[in-house]
Structure formats: structure tokens, C-alpha cells
Design a binder for this molecule. Sequence first.
Ligand code: ATP
Ligand code: MG
Length: 761
Amino acid sequence: SVEGSSALLEGLNPRQREAVLYRGPALLIVAGAGSGKTSVLTRRIASLLETREAWPSQVLAITFTNKAAGEMRERVRHLVGHAADGMWISTFHSACVRILRREAEVFGYASGFTIYDSGDQRALLKRIVKQYEADVMGLSVANVGARISKLKNELIDAESFSRDVNLADPKEALFLTIFREYTRTLQAANAFDFDDLIAQTVYLFRAFPHVAEPYRRRFRHILVDEYQDTNHAQYALIRELTKPAPGVPAASLTVVGDSDQSIYAFRGADIRNIIEFEQDFPEATVVLLEQNYRSTQTILDAANAVIANNFDRKPKNLFTAGGAGDKIVGFTGYSGHDEAQFVADEIEQLHRNGMEYREIAVFYRTNAQTRALEEILIRSAVPYRILGGTKFYERAEIKDAMAYLISVANPADALAVRRILNTPKRGIGPATETQLANFAERNGVTFREALRHAAELGFGPKVTKAITALSDLLDEATAMTVPPAEGNAPIPVFDVLALLMQKSGYVDALRASKDPQDEARMENIEELLAVTKEFQRNNPDGLLIDFLTETALVAAADELDDTSGTVSLMTLHTAKGLEFRAVFLTGIEEDLLPHRMSVNEPGGPSEERRLFYVGITRARERLYLSLAMTRNSYGETSVSAPSRFLAEIPGELIDWRQSPGMTGPGAGGRAAGSLGWSSGGVGAGAGQAKPKTEWTNRVTGKVRDNGDLELAIGDRVRHDDFGEGRVQAITGTAAKRIAEVQFDTAGRKRLLVKVAPIVKL
Ligand code: ATP
Ligand code: MG
């Protein structure tokens, strides 16, 4: 029987078991965070393979990051061995790249197409926006890019957009022109942007049913994790793949998701995909999971209480059979600096008590918040890494090296070839570049092809020689990348890159340079060479194009390395699907969470609340919520208020602490309360002190209000913590008056005069 004696079912609860064993056309698993959705998906695949109901090649599993895909492959491999290898477990993007590399020739693309990342996209749009002087009309690169992305996710291309657009509106007409030009340029460069990867696969399947058919036959079981974050294009792709082929019934579809964790609406994710699943697939079986296996009851109580404030949801309550666990720790710092110090101190404490650094994570809403954190973590010697913040592939020298590789793999990509034309310097100027571009345009050839005709274009002998040498080098490298004959190994990507870097003179130029920056650049090139080595080790048959695909598709969470022994810092968006023993949620303030940009958007605050919910539910044992009363950004100090979401957590779940110098009087004085919460709903726990609305002096217990303290540049002051110092500058007025003070021993500080624990001497 299917149930057999399988070890696969061990430890599963009855509902999880039902989901693993379900056999039928469509299964929807809806469940809250940490209830085992991803685990069940994995076991379901293993169960299908183990019982030989499916071949590995018949399974397509879609995860949200490449890392999640790798993890799932590992888990399946653990359960069924190397049968896992032939299976497609990947993100939407990598599955589509795989399909497009094989099939895109049907609609005029070469299989070596380039994938434009957001930086490339921005660079291209910048050029087009400038060309049409669109910024004068109020069309910025950012908003044009966001709008194009949104349209593509809705499967609206430039041509279908042109049918609905109101051309009487000059701004709309101009947007259409830019959208068309952008599309045309990408096509000419044999390139897809990220959104294209999905949308173009859908177009391909719709326009060429004979291309779609083998995939419909092949994939008998399609499973999608994090279904709540699929956008319309991804939804359409699933619909295309689950259509029956002649003589073959539709594939069996399993989707798992949690509408409370939908956090990508701003990128076109459509929560209706999960809500309407039962209408779309009337035969669907629905399994609900409520038991949580990740977090303590205290953490779940906080999560439940927060998410209950979103009105448009089905009520659902997470529970665990584990205990209540520790209280949540809340912390209010005077500044972002204090907050960071608190985080570092607590991490050290956890570490001393036996928690590994890699079991700890720090989350924030915006990347800008990392600066203060990094500063303190470095000083405290806490090992950490920032996920999604390394930007290795965005560094200029890495972009240069990649442009060499792309010029080899995709000769049509003029952007790449033009980037390396005079890098390193070969005496080829902009006028020469323009002449080459014109030649290409006139003759309908690629820019790279134009290089071959340098001799006909009347350049000086030195320039001609330089161009020809580059052209020959690209040809030589290209010859190394032809797919090898059966049974032969390909020439390693390492060799191709090493040749290009050597013969182009790129590394020589860096080595000869006296600029210390160039030494770091050289190290980065060496790092990239190491990456190619690693790639070849993992993919012995991998070709250059596979390497370029892999590097183009790395997502932030992919950098998570369980063996690294470091604390992980990341944005809340990156944290999705992950879990840690201890989690710090920082910057829980109005304008950060909910983010300033979201509050006036329809659905914005609800989406921010889901983001907070995602953050809370990543924690297994310990949860910390922190905020700062003032923050420095762009050299300005601003005053912040506690996030509205904090008041949604029952007071008795949180143990509040605060910066030295900020203790409120009386037991239960709550730091966050003193930031100016209105009392409604806060501190609801019986016997709790009412939240304070003013800051108080630690020593005297008196309410502090320096509102009318007269201060002038040159005045001496004494601060409770920093000691004595001299006022250097005063900015702002009234409640936002800030004094910059040079302390005798504590250094230079910016203080909010109204509340700082200072007296004038
Ligand atoms: P998220 O919504 O955050 O993606 P999820 O629903 O996918 O969460 P998983 O990541 O699959 O949940 O599981 C959460 C944790 O619970 C994991 O550590 C997993 O190993 C564990 N777990 C799941 N099911 C069980 C079970 N039946 N018994 C014990 N542990 C379990
Ligand atoms: Mg999951």
C-alpha cells in the first residue's frame, strides 16, 4: 500500500500525513508560519518517488530561493538518495531560464541570451529616459522601471499596453515610447530582464503549443512553495503547465502557502492566487495545518495578536505543544547606536550561554539600518554577515569581468561589448565607439561583428590594431566554449576567464597601478576566478552559459551558509521561510515599520503588518524587539515614534528594557510607552503602570523636559552617561532641537535637547 512502513511519515501529525499521502488532481495546503508546509512538500515528493508513482524527471518543485531549492534537494536526497538528482527543484526564474535556453530559438532568441539584473535594467532605462528627456515630464528611471515591471508581471507587453493607453495624455504616450524602446533594445541585445524570464515563457507556451506539450507530458507532479507570493505571470505559467496534453491528463498540482505571509504585493504578487485556488481548481482538496513546530507559545501569541489586526483574513490561530518559553525582550534605545549596542550585548550574552552565532539573526526593514549595527558589531567582535548586501556582482571590476564573459556568450549584447571596448584603456575613444555603433546599425550586424571591420573604417593604425586584438581575443575565447562532443568534458570556465583577463591586459593594468584600490580590485578578480573553480567542481559538465545563468540568479537568501558560524543580518523580506533560535527585530518604529512609503498606499499597512508577522515567526526560542528614539540618516537626526504594531502585542508578553539614563519611574515603567504612545490598547495587562508620555531622569525619577533649556554654542553641559562636554552646534527648534556636543571623554554626540539627560553647567 501507499502507506507502507515508510519512515517518511514518522513524526507527522494526521493532517501533515494526509497531505503527504494525497493522490489526486489538486491539493492546497494552507497553514500558518512554521506549521511544516515546506517539510510536508519535501516529504510528499519523497513519498511519490519512494513508492515509484513518479520518476524524478516527472517532478517539478518550485521554491522561493535557490537556497531553498538546494535545501529541498538535500532533504529529498536524504530521503530517497540520488533519485533526487534528475528532478527539477528550482525557483520560478531558474526553471524558466532552463526552458528558455532550450526553446527560445523558436521565437528569435539565441540560447546564449543575457539576463539583465536590476542594475543593467537601470543603466539601460537611464539611457532611454535621457534620450527622450523624460525626466522633464516627470518620468524617472525608478518609476518607469517599476511600472514596466508591474506590467510584465501582469503579462502586459508594450504592444498590448499600446492598445489601452490614452495617447492624448502626453506623459502616457511618452511612457509607451520608452517601454517600446526598452523592449526593442533588449530584443536587439538578445537579452531578457528578470520579469521577462517568466512572462516570455508564458508567451512561448501560449504561442507555440508544440513547445509546451513536452513539458506538459513530462511534469506529472508540480509543487509550489510560498504560493501566496506568486504574481499573475507565475500563476499563468502554472496554468500553462497543468493543461492536459493529447492523451495525457493534467499534472497533479500541490501548492502551499499562508496568506498572512504575503509580502510581495508591491511587486505584483497576488494574494488572490491562493484565496481563489479552490475556484480555479474545483476538484482541489484543502488541508489546513495549525500546529506550529518552530516557536514557543509566547512568540506565537505575539504573532497571532499582531496578525489578528488585519481585517481581510480568515481567522487562524497558531499553537504549539511546546512550552511558553521566555518572554519577548523589548528594548528602547536613545539612539540607533544604543539599539545596536543592545543587540551586540545580547548576542554576546546568548553566545556565552551556548548559542552558536549562526543560530542568531538580526532583521531590519531597510538596508540603511545596517550601518549602525555593523559599526557596533565590528567593535564588539561579533562575527556577522549581511545577506543580500555584499553586492559582489555589482562591483565595477566584477561587472567588467562578467562583461567579457557575456561578450563571448552573447555576441548580440552590445551593452557588454561596449563596456569592455576600452577597458582596460586601449586608446579607443567615444568617437570611435560611435562609429562602430553606426557601422553595426547601418549594416544590420552586431556591435561585436563591427569590431571585425575596424580596418575598413579608416581609424588610425594603433586604434585598428587595438580593436582587432580585442575582436580576436573574443573569438579565441568563443572557440573554447563550444559544447564538447559526447563524452568529453567542456573547457572549464576558469580557463576562459583567465585567458580573457590575461590577454586583454586587464590584470596587468591592475597590477601596474599604484592605486591601493586596484589591489582590492585584483583580489576581487581572483575571488571571481575562485567562484568559477567552485562552479566547475559542482557542475563538471557546466558550460559558460550555465555559469552566467547561475550568477545572474543568485538571490539574497542564497548566501546563507549554515556552516559559516556568523550572525546573519538581513531585511525582513529576505527572512521569509527561514528560522533561527534567536531573532532580533530592529527599528520597530513608525516610518520604518510600517515603512513611510507604505502607509498611504491601499493595503500598505496590512502588508507591513504581514512583514512584521513574518519576522516574529522566524524565531524559535528567543525574540527581541527593539527601537530607537532618534536616528541619524544623511547627517540629520530625526525623532522616531514606536511602531503602531508594538501596541498590538499584549503587554504581558514583553519584558521592556531601555537605554541607561532612560528608566521610567515605578515598576513596569515601559520605555516604549514613554515614547509617546497614546494609552489606548497599550499596557493592557492588569497592574501595569500606565505608559509614560514623557522621558524621565534616571537619577531623580522626575519627568524630564528640557524644552526651555537655554543652550548656546560654547556652553558646557553634563550628561548622565557621557559626562561633561561643550556644545558645538545647535540645529532644529522646539521638540526637534538638537545639540551637537563634544564630550571630554565620550566623543562627539548629537542629542535631542528636549529629552537628553543633560544639565547646563
Ligand atoms: P514557513 O511558513 O515559515 O515557511 P513552514 O510551514 O514551511 O514555515 P517548516 O519550515 O516546514 O514550516 O517547518 C518549521 C519547523 O518545524 C522546521 O524546523 C521543521 O523541521 C519542523 N517540523 C515540521 N513538522 C514537524 C513535525 N511533525 N514534528 C516535528 N517538527 C516538525
Ligand atoms: Mg516554508
